[in-house]
Design a protein. Structure first.
Length: 230
């Protein structure tokens, strides 16, 4: 089975400039995802999709193949799925056809090769019963207590009853953490999404689900990585 991992890495980043190659505990951020993919016993091809020459050089130094994407697929409003389809089409023109596609966002450095292996196994075990796998973690703060401001006053988004409910009694809720998404190339080309009504969750712990959107995320991830080394 051809199992392809794709790491999408744009050069532009508004929140943290040059985020994907910013050093985290001594290594470029993208290196963590590349190394996890390389260690996976299932992934047999790894591609970084980027429009940025420096990201390309860094990725190659960690033994990843690179496919340069067009600038129109690397804008702030560009969709990741379009970059994925671009990679699939590029490889198919070269004679490589992926059976399974594993999307690894470079902003999830705490996801390990074990997570990748387990999520692929989950897909294989449920082949025919699911279209895709998406990694999720439990909300630390329940969305059922969410508020909005209406005419200057606080209003509950989901109704007053939830505000009167103990946190332990609220329905469990989950959020995609961006670490792993899996589907077949055929399904992705047809649906252009990893989310269907037959998407299964791969559960990850909150402390492994940090998504690097701010300097605070970098600081927290750095602290966790240093503790793990100890």
């Amino acid at each position: 089975m051809n199992i392809l991992a794709i790491i999408p890495a744009r050069g532009g980043s508004k929140g943290i400039p040059r985020k994907n190659i910013k050093l985290l505990a001594g290594k470029p951020l993208i290196a963590y995802s590349i190394e996890a993919a390389v260690k996976s016993k299932y992934i047999n091809k790894l591609v970084v999709s980027t429009e940025d020459e420096e990201i390309s050089r860094v990725s190659k130094s960690y033994n990843a193949d690179v496919i340069m994407r067009p600038e129109e697929l690397a804008r702030d409003d560009s969709l990741t799925i379009d970059a994925v389809i671009h990679v699939l089409n590029f490889l198919e023109n070269e004679g490589y056809f992926a059976d399974l596609v594993v999307l690894l966002q470079p902003t999830s450095p705490l996801r390990t090769y074990l997570d990748i292996n387990e999520s692929i196994e989950l897909f294989i075990q449920n082949k025919g019963k699911c279209d895709s796998i998406v990694s999720v973690c439990e909300f630390e703060h329940s969305p059922y207590w969410s508020l909005k401001i209406e005419d200057g006053y606080i209003k509950p988004i989901f109704g007053d009853n939830y505000l009167k409910t103990r946190r332990q009694d609220l329905p469990k809720s989950f959020i995609p953490n961006g670490a792993i998404s899996i589907s077949t190339s055929d399904k992705l080309k047809k649906s252009k999404t990893f989310y269907t009504n037959r998407t299964l969750p791969y559960f990850m712990k909150v402390d492994k689900s940090i998504d690097m959107d701010s300097q605070m995320d970098f600081s927290l991830a750095q602290l966790i990585l240093r503790e793990e080394k100890k």
